[in-house]
Design a protein around this ligand. Sequence first.
Ligand SMILES: [Fe+2]
Ligand SMILES: [Fe+2]
Length: 213
Amino acid sequence: MATRTQNRSSNRSSSDSSRSRSGSSDQRSAFSWSEGAGPVIAAALGGAAIGFAANYGRKALMQGMEAATGDWDEILAAEHDMALAIFDKMLATDESQTFKRKMLLMKLIHALDKHAHQEEMVVYPALREANEKADADHLESEHGYIKTFIFELNEMGADASNWLEKVREFRQLVASHAHMEEEQVFPRFKQDMDEEQNAHITSLVNRDGFWMA
Ligand SMILES: [Fe+2]
Ligand SMILES: [Fe+2]
């Protein structure tokens, strides 16, 4: 997201500079640094480095806990359980608890986003390579409908009368999707792997989850 923001601002400054060139006012304005800018920039970069280190530590902590849970399929199954537990907390709220509902929804979105990334960037492509294209495509299309539920819940007020019904339908989709992965697709895929392939997929899932944590 930071990259998109940076891109947007750099696009803007280049168009500003072309405007200033055509107006032939101050050609240096867009890119020249004032003398006092050095320390400010250095301080900003220092702050970014501290922020990065703090974030790295948080990721290591979060992913460290998950990485300890075993093979790739066990990691993903534990994440399914975690997401379903968030759904259960959402279903235990009433319409007066809008803040809690919004917080739980944010937590759910983050968990599902990270999980989908691990599957879409590692497991589903590996499935396609192993001639399981139909299953990979089916599962990935269901991720699209999971995002549709997220979109609908984000658009809907947390006190809407059909909020619980929407969350219940959403939970059903996630539960049946997770069931298909855990009971059919992942065991069949794992059965055909040797130990080295299994360890490789586990390390890729961990690495991808680390950057998304
Ligand atoms: Fe999935
Ligand atoms: Fe999954």
